[in-house]
Design a protein around this ligand. Structure first.
Ligand code: AMP
Ligand code: ZN
Ligand code: FE
Ligand code: FE
Length: 285
């Protein structure tokens, strides 16, 4: 069993990097990818621990991108290590636009009569502050009873105080990742929210034409039927099938590392072997 999608306290998870490695070893994971949003700090903190424990730890990152007005999450794996200065600068720009979004979100929340400050919400996280940190703060201050309610009333796209984050176009992300030696994988395609199957496949097909290399076939938000469909897309558009739980600790309650929600995720080791072989055809295994 492996898990190729997880978050630590360096982004918006609640499990510290070292603790996540311990957890992975404890449940017998053969490989773990840390894919924090916009930062490698979690991976870098976990790497020595993983080395000591003999865990195959993979460096990844999750990026928010835009495609024709839609938000698309992209996972990038196997970037050259250490990542180039150009790649780091690109990530820094993303962190800056996130900070700007947070400033505006605090402003809108204040206007709505919610007493929160930027300092308070930033203290909830480490390297970056995401909406899950806002949600926890709103819960702690008694404005909402759950993370879901926080997104519904204040933070989500349909809430009046919602602020859109400035993010790069998907084509730009595909190019930057490829130039840094990495492979791009579309994360949780179910969340594209494209109901009509033909349109969904057409969308994935267009991304494949623009340099997408893989698709997250197995994910905690996807049913077995979804996974079967996405495996079909992978085959028809020459994409590498990948999978992971998107573990966030307490920020996604009921979702376990390695196995997802009620054991709805089970990613075999061969997926990673295949990814490595397809992503680095000349590389020794
Ligand atoms: P951000 O990157 O700061 O815009 O926050 C996005 C994160 O918020 C995503 O990675 C999700 O984990 C989380 N999120 C988005 N929508 C919801 C929701 N409706 N309920 C719970 N978590 C959500
Ligand atoms: Zn997250
Ligand atoms: Fe995501
Ligand atoms: Fe994620």
């Amino acid at each position: 069993m492996i898990d190729l999608h997880s978050h630590t306290t360096e982004s918006d998870g609640t499990t510290a990097p070292g603790e996540l490695v311990e957890m992975a070893v404890g449940i017998g994971l053969e490989a773990l990818a840390i894919t924090d949003h916009d930062t490698f700090d979690g991976y870098e903190a976990a790497a020595p621990e993983a080395c000591r424990a003999g865990l195959d730890l993979i460096c990844g990152i999750e990026l928010s991108t835009k495609y024709h007005g839609r938000t698309v999450h992209m996972l990038a794996y196997f970037l050259e290590a250490p990542p180039s200065d150009a790649f780091r600068a690109w990530i820094e720009a993303m962190l800056a636009s996130r900070r700007e979004r947070n400033r505006r979100l605090v402003h809108n929340l204040n206007e709505a009569g919610v007493d929160v400050s930027l300092g308070e919400v930033e203290a909830m996280g480490r390297r970056l502050t995401g909406r899950p940190h806002f949600a926890r703060l709103l819960m702690r201050k008694g404005y909402v009873g759950s993370v879901e309610e926080a997104f519904k009333r204040y933070l989500g796209e349909d809430a009046p105080s919602f602020v859109e984050r400035d993010s790069p176009d998907i084509e730009e992300a595909l190019d930057v990742v490829a130039a840094s030696g990495g492979i791009s994988v579309i994360a949780h395609p179910i969340r594209l929210g494209i109901r009509e199957r033909a349109r969904e496949e057409e969308f994935v097909c267009r991304l494949a034409g623009a340099g997408l290399r893989g698709i997250e076939v197995w994910h905690s938000d996807q049913t077995a039927t979804d996974s079967e469909r996405y495996l079909g897309y992978a085959r028809r558009h020459s994409l590498i099938p990948t999978g992971g739980t998107d573990f966030h600790g307490g920020n996604k309650p009921g979702l376990l590392l390695g196995t997802g929600r009620n054991q709805n995720v089970s990613v075999p080791r061969s997926v990673l072997d295949n990814m490595r072989a397809m992503a680095m055809p000349g590389a020794r295994q």
